[in-house]
Design a protein around this ligand. Structure first.
Ligand code: GLC
Length: 706
């Protein structure tokens, strides 16, 4: 038995039933509201084991002191916080950062964010969000890494490692929490919290792989989702939590509910009342109840155990997992944080430098008709509701980030270029009166750089949309600016795959990103002025019209794949067949060509690793980076397979005119799928290997799995 296991056993033996239930109870930061006196009393009675949202080191220390010095057993607290893309230094939102296709960059920003948070008393971080997101109407894709399971998985493992580091107890790291288990992004209609109805094979092939990656990376905890999946609310489902997550996937860590998702079980119609909820959730394998007003565990678990409705061993197993995590975090030895070190850890040049590097690597160039990069001397009109809005640069879930510490595009361009500014319109409220000034400025400028998009209030939790267009009168502003004849560089900031069809027609150059954080303005300026050559690529398919949703590249072929000229094929009467921009799409100031695709073998067994080689040439006069993407297609299988599936990628730097032979390894074991019995199989037969610059533009070779 390990030392920690021994310590936990000894502590558990001393605990009363009430104290055990306390370890499974999390309350919010309302403990600091005056009307929450009971919180402090419950804390002193050892009936609260963790809290959510404590964002100040003084409060963290105060809470820990009460728990350690004023309770009978002195068990320290888990203090959870949503450090989704930064604590005080705000980095690009995860979805934007994923467009870099650089998991190691995400690991670095997760580590930097955790360093700030851990120094300030946070020891449990509710990240990474690893929900595969295929529906552009859903507002939470902004927290994740897009529509592809393989890519989401790479960012899942990177962010877990960044948050947890090598030593959980070093005071600079925290417990990660892979969320939201499972398939939250598949909400019907892209409507947040809505039901999810999926074939079990789809859950196993698309939505579970990122959790596999997070668990393999050592994720200390998992958060269950709000929704019902195939009729079972995730938060109360023994099948999903115990039989799938714990038994099938081998997860041995802590499972926490989402905020109030336990007491919602009765709303789902899955439990009769809060007592039934407490019993169902604990028996399902849920360890910690993240309470949102109703405390079903605290209210009912003691009686349920005394009556034998809940075996004490089940309760003990949950408490053991929570206490184990507290020991692993070193909280019993070091529950407090040094206030001076906490302050010193916040922000700083190192974090801002990393934030700028991450930001400029997250800007996707979608169109460029020989307009970008601009010269500093060009008379530049900087226009748009997001051009000078520092708060909007932070994006949703911005921790304790401060807008005044952010750099807006106008902040950056006014000092780095020959630029003038006009707002042009508000982001959402009707504001036609602002048009005239912007139009006049554009008429008197050589180029107009227009920052438009979705305000962060339209992104994140509970923010689904049915239109996905630019809100307010922003498109009208672009139409008026276009009419001036001045070249338009349009920069769109959004938290979901927006409908940019008309925007792309009006723009002479088009850049897209999610909110880029504190150094957003400098990052946009770096790309616009050519000091950084855009290298990012989309991690979602962008629709031409929102009616195409759900829309993703790795769809099945169907028996009647869409053909423009034939009615009786799978398409819409009133929308084009193709998306506006495919998964993996992004341009550069360089130009890259692919040739000489070669496989190390043309036949191999399903357990071998083959090498895929391709010559990539930078045919331009500009050094640049290219994201080489590797896809497979299984043309004949016992269950139909997607037309393409991403199974590898590499980001390579190529000097002007340089050619490199890029080699990607493909473990053929990774090309399988779950059959009708949910067995993972790699079937014999032909496999198409495709490599290219995005999911729609590839060259292929075949191999046989024998
Ligand atoms: C929210 C979110 C979840 C977050 C939790 C705590 O409802 O769904 O992602 O971690 O509550 O804030």
């Amino acid at each position: 038995m390990t030392m920690i296991a021994q310590q936990v056993t000894e502590l558990l033996a001393k605990m009363t039933l009430r104290e055990k239930v306390g370890q499974l109870t999390q309350c919010g930061n309302s403990i600091y509201n005056d009307d929450y006196k009971i919180g402090w009393e419950l804390l002193r009675q050892g009936r609260i084991g963790s809290l959510l949202g404590i964002g100040e080191v003084e409060q963290a220390n105060e809470l820990q002191r009460v728990a350690v010095e004023e309770t009978r057993l002195g068990i320290p607290l888990l203090l959870g916080f949503d450090v989704i893309h930064g604590y005080r230094t705000t980095f690009p939102v995860p979805w934007a950062e994923a467009c870099s296709w650089e998991p190691e960059l995400a690991r670095a920003t997760a580590a930097a964010s955790t360093r700030e948070a851990a120094a300030n008393g946070v020891n449990w971080i509710y990240a990474p969000m690893i929900d595969v997101s295929r529906d552009p109407r859903w507002g939470r894709g902004v927290e994740g890494a897009g529509e592809d399971p393989y890519l989401v998985g790479r960012f899942a493992e990177a962010r877990v490692k960044g948050i947890q580091g090598e030593t959980l107890s070093d005071g600079w790291h925290a417990a990660a929490c892979a969320k939201h288990f499972v398939a939250y992004g598949a909400a019907i209609g892209g409507k947040d919290y809505n039901s999810v109805d999926l074939a079990p094979q789809t859950v196993h092939d698309v939505y579970l792989p990122p959790f596999r990656a997070a668990i393999d990376a050592g994720a200390a905890s998992v958060m269950t989702a709000f929704h019902d999946l195939n009729g079972e609310p995730c938060t109360g489902s023994h099948y999903w939590i115990t039989e799938t997550l714990r038994e099938r996937m081998g997860f041995a860590g802590v499972v926490i509910s989402d905020a109030g998702s336990t007491d919602q079980l009765k709303v789902h119609g899955y439990t009769a009342d809060d007592r039934d909820t407490a019993k169902t959730a604990l028996l399902a394998g849920l360890d910690v109840e993240m309470c949102f007003g109703i405390f079903t565990y605290q209210e009912h678990l003691e009686a349920l155990v005394r009556e034998g409705a809940v075996p004490v061993d089940t309760l003990d197993a949950a408490v053991r997992r929570v206490l184990t995590l507290k020991y692993e975090l070193g909280l019993f030895e070091h529950p407090y944080r040094d206030v001076k070190m906490a302050a010193a850890a916040l922000g700083g040049d190192g974090s801002r430098k990393l934030a700028r590097e991450a930001a400029r690597r997250s800007v996707v160039l979608l169109k460029n008709q020989d307009v970008l990069p601009l010269k500093k001397t060009q008379r530049m009109a900087v226009i748009g509701p997001l051009a000078d809005d520092r708060e909007e640069m932070l994006g949703t879930w911005s921790g304790v980030g401060r807008a005044e510490e952010a750099v807006s595009p106008w902040d950056a361009l006014k000092t780095r270029a020959n630029a003038s500014h006009a707002k042009g319109c508000q982001a959402v409220e009707p504001s036609p009166a602002l048009f005239a000034e912007a139009v006049q400025l554009a008429q008197n400028s050589e180029v107009a750089v227009v920052f438009v998009g979705e305000p962060r209030s339209m992104n994140g939790e509970g923010k689904s949309r049915t239109s996905n267009t630019l809100p307010g009168v922003q498109l009208e502003l672009l139409e008026k600016l276009k009419a001036t004849g001045t070249p338009l560089v349009v920069v769109v900031i959004g938290g979901r795959p927006l409908v940019l069809t008309r925007v792309a027609e009006l723009a002479d150059a088009l850049l897209f990103s999610g909110a880029l954080g504190v150094e957003a303005g400098q990052a946009y300026a770096d790309v616009i002025l050519g000091e950084y050559n855009s290298s990012a690529k989309l991690v979602n398919t962008f629709p031409t019209v929102v009616g195409q949703a759900p829309l993703y590249y790795n769809h099945n072929n169907t028996g009647k794949p869409p053909v423009e000229e034939f009615f009786w094929t799978s398409k819409y009467l009133d929308a084009p067949i193709k998306p506006l921009f495919p998964f993996g799409y992004g341009l550069s100031y360089s130009r890259f060509t692919y040739a000489n695709l070669a496989l190390s073998q043309t036949a191999a067994t399903g357990t071998e690793v083959i090498e895929v080689r391709v010559d990539v040439t930078n045919t331009s006069a500009v050094d640049g980076e290219e994201i080489v993407q590797l896809y497979i297609t299984d043309p004949v299988a016992s269950l139909v397979r997607p037309v393409k599936e991403l199974k590898g990628f590499a980001k390579v730097f190529l000097r002007a005119g340089e050619m490199k032979t890029v080699t990607l390894k493909l473990p053929l074991q990774s090309t399988g799928f779950h059959n009708r019995k949910l067995e993972y199989v790699v079937e014999k037969g032909k496999l198409l290997i495709s490599v290219g610059t995005n999911s729609a533009d590839t060259i292929s070779q075949a191999l046989m799995i024998v």
